[in-house]
Design a protein around this ligand. Sequence first.
Ligand SMILES: [Mg+2]
Length: 263
Amino acid sequence: MTRETEIKLHEFFRGFAGAATSLLLLDYDGTLAPFRVDRFKAAPWSGVRELLNQIQNQKKTRIEVISGRPGAEIVSLLNLETPPTVWGLHGAERLYPDGRRELEFPAPAVRAKLDALSAKLRGDAFGGLFEEKPNAAVMHWRGVAPPKARAIEERTRELFEPLAENDGLQLLDFECGLELRAGRDKGGAVKAILEEVGAGGAAKIPAAYLGDDLTDETAFAAMKGPGLSALVRRERRRTQAEIWLRPPEELRAFLRMWIEAAG
Ligand SMILES: [Mg+2]
C-alpha cells in the first residue's frame, strides 16, 4: 500500500466512529475477481467472499455491486450468504436481494439498431467474442494476441462509432473491449444510491466505491465529495480514483480494515 493510500484510509475509517451505517459499492470483474477468458469461471479472489460475508453479518454496511454483466451472473458468481443488491449492465439494470428486477428498456428505435448490429456480428465477430445485452452490443478481445486484437478493435470501432453519434447510443471503452449501449452508466447508479441513502446530506455516511476499469471512472467521479474511491488494479494508471489498491492482498487488507472500523 502506498503511504498516500495509508493516510487516506486512516482518515476514511476514522469517519466510521458514530456512524450507524456505511455504504460499500463494488465492481466485480478485476476488482473482486481476477479476469478469466471464460468469464463464467471468474470466482472471487481467495478470502474475499468470506470477508464480504463477515461485513454483511455485522449488519452495519449496505453492499451493492455495480457490474457490466447481467446482474444474475454476479449473484451466482459472488455467491454471498445474503445476496447484495446488484446493478447490472453498467447500471441499466437493478436486481434486488428478493429477486425483484428493474430494467431500463432502450427506445424501440435504439433497440432496432442494436438488433441489426447483432444480426451482423452474430455471423462474423471479426475473431472477437460478441456479446448481446438487453441494452447493448459488446465486443470482447481479452486473451487475443495484440496484432489480432488491434484488428478486431479497428473493425468494431468502424462499425460502432457512426451509430454512437446519435439517438441515445453511447460508446463505452473498457479494457479489452468496446460496448455500444443505451441507458444509465455506473456513475448514474452511484448517484442514485447516494441519493437513496441521503449521503452528502447532514448525516455523513461512510461510503466507498472500488473498481478497476475505464467504465468505473464515472463512478469514481460521482464519489468525489460523498465518499472514497479506489482503483483496484495491479498496475496504477491515470484515474479519478482517490486511492490505489493492488489486488488481492491490499483488497483483503482494505476489507479487514472495514470490518474493524464497522465492528
Ligand atoms: Mg471491472
